[in-house]
Ligand binder design. Structure first.
Ligand code: FE2
Length: 224
């Protein structure tokens, strides 16, 4: 979803040493290490570090409990190229609310993450490479020119960070075959999923292939 990323960060200031120093100072008490961003271009990808909780679990929330909208759970496994599950991989997600808007965060953690809005979360894959996000189903942008989607990024600790293809839904009328052909890049594997409705909750499965179609994927990557 490279085009979306470019659009969403079009208003960001150019990432500068000064802004990096300011952001580093703001997040230093939480985490000192920032893995390099690979898979460029990736404007604003440093947002993955801004506001990251000190302790992560395999199950996390994106939209806080009680957020208006249809409840949704996104689960998946994080796999190496040979299909081996990978534990200890951080998955970062952010999305719109049910109206298709990225709500302004009450507390700013940095200029990049401000663009991601208030609905953000981090999960850490367990011993079987599994992660889970509980959230609401996102709305499509008010302009109605973009399907519903959830943005995902990967942080391979001590190695690199990069974005992967968004979670998108086959039952979204806006997700036409023509549009999907334009946007599907296969970064981190296929992000197109078919959600299932059960017990008043949407369930979607998005597995992630580490390093898949990531330009410049480094030798330290766990996906090799
Ligand atoms: Fe988006």
């Amino acid at each position: 979803m490279r085009r979306l990323l470019v659009l969403e960060f079009a208003c960001l200031l150019v990432f500068s040493p000064l802004s990096m120093a300011q952001d580093a100072g703001r997040t230093a008490p939480q985490r000192m290490v920032r893995e390099p961003v690979v898979g460029l271009p990736c404007e604003g990808c440093e947002a993955v570090f801004e506001g990251m909780p000190r302790s992560l679990r395999s199950q996390a929330r994106i939209a806080p409990a009680g957020t208006p909208g249809q409840e949704m759970t996104v689960t998946g496994r994080v796999l190496a190229r040979d299909g081996t599950p990978r534990s200890g991989i951080v998955i970062y997600a952010y999305q719109t609310d049910s109206l298709g808007v990225y709500p302004r965060p009450k507390t700013s953690h940095g200029r990049a993450s401000d663009r991601h809005g208030a609905l953000r979360g981090w999960a850490l894959t367990d011993a079987d490479g599994r992660y889970r996000f509980d959230t609401i189903r996102p709305g499509s942008y008010p302009s109605r020119d973009t399907p519903e989607h959830i943005h995902l990024h990967v942080i391979e600790r001590g190695c690199a960070t990069y974005y992967v293809d968004d979670v998108m839904f086959t039952d979204d009328p806006l997700a036409t075959p023509a549009l999907l052909r334009t946007h599907r890049g296969g970064r981190g594997g296929n992000g197109l999923v078919t959600p299932v409705r059960a017990n008043d909750r949407w369930q979607a499965v998005r597995d992630i292939r580490l390093g898949a179609a990531i330009p410049g994927y480094p030798a330290c990557g766990a996906g090799r």
